[in-house]
Design a protein around this ligand. Sequence first.
Ligand SMILES: *[C@@H]1O[C@H](CO)[C@@H](O)[C@H](O)[C@H]1NC(C)=O
Ligand SMILES: *[C@@H]1O[C@H](CO)[C@@H](O)[C@H](O)[C@H]1NC(C)=O
Length: 436
Amino acid sequence: MRAPFTLCSATVLAVALLLAELPAATADFRRDSAVSLPVVDADAAGRWVPGTPEQKETPKFWGGKFIDRMKQKFGHAACRAHRTSATIKYFIDRLANGGMPTGTPAEVRRDYLRLVPNEEEAAKVLLPHPHVNTSLPKRELAEILATKTLIHRYLFYSAISYCDNRTIAAEQSTVVLQQDDYPVPTPVNGFKILYWHEQDWLRYYIAASPYQKTIVLVFRGSMNNDNFKKSIDTKPIIPNAGLYASGWDTAQLPKEARLLRGYAGMAEKQMEKAGADLLRAHRDFPDYAVVIAGHSMGGAVAHLAATHIRTYYGTRLPISTVYTYNEPIPGNAVFNDWSAEVLHDVPFFRVTSKDVVTSLFQADLPGMKEKHRYRHAADITEVHCPDAQKNEMIICDGGLDPKCVAGYSCNDLTWEFHSDFAGQRGSRRVCLLSQA
Ligand SMILES: *[C@@H]1O[C@H](CO)[C@@H](O)[C@H](O)[C@H]1NC(C)=O
Ligand SMILES: *[C@@H]1O[C@H](CO)[C@@H](O)[C@H](O)[C@H]1NC(C)=O
């Protein structure tokens, strides 16, 4: 199923990435002096700083404005160069090492047990997904739904999607680890895989957990050359209104909305069938919560699929919560903000680490046309894991909070933590637990 990486594909990737960056880069810098400054702005180091037009000091001369713009432009260009070189380095390392390090079953077991340090935490692993009143303020929703237990739980479900095949994934359901004198189940203990779909190098599965009273739809992230090549197909396309806005009568898809062609294509190949399968699962288990999740490209697909399912099925298929892990930017700011509006009654948590992928296609500078602005949705709550090793997370204020990824200098973001969140690695290494 997995095609090996070749030097040729790394070169294709690097060149494609450079090309993908160019059109936006040339659009960044406009000399038009009538532009209004956005609320979130970048400083010369490419760091995103909060500010309002009122608080900004207006430069007295055109020369001052010019220098400010140049600083922004070069800050931004430096970020692009960093993202590109970090990506090329990552793929060259992958080539040299033949893939991501996985570790031994004993190491995976030890890492998992570290997340569940006592009996009290072990007892939470299989608790039902909370039912919430979605009219609660976002902060209160996050306190209930973005707990460490639940963030780790759906990362685990997402990671299972990378197992070699359905048999290996299903084997994880019987794993119970022993810590001192009490048992520690994994989050997928007792789960049953209802659907497992693979086509065109893409995969999703739907599982039901009788303990958690939850149906989980997971989209797998990039795993092979084909996935990676498509991920960097950043040609902007007009979203298919029939998929994303059908039956949604209170907010039409805005004219300026754009999706990146690669993610849109990979999502659209899966989401209609995934939605139909999910509806069937929901009918079989009507009192179970419905959760949609995915890591990396799988997160972008989960985001688009949730938007599709919400508009297409409405209340026939209520989604309890969406969790994405280091989701790349799937479309322009207009689309992303619109999808947040469509999903306003679906709690959605975009979990991040100090990862460069979540801002790989970011382009958001003063003077840009709305259509050309690429950033995450302002209204989807980011949950940030500042340290890959420590079980700590910050509930951010919306999706552009400078306390979270938006606040780092872009040079601090790498591929290194792409699968690591608060002490848990959400990669195919979890599939080793059934051998531990
Ligand atoms: C949900 O919360 C809102 C406001 O917080 C309240 O008006 C509404 O009655 C609640 N709904 C339910 C079903 O409890
Ligand atoms: C699933 O993967 C395992 C490990 O790679 C392999 O041994 C097994 O034959 C595979 N099973 C099926 C049904 O493909």
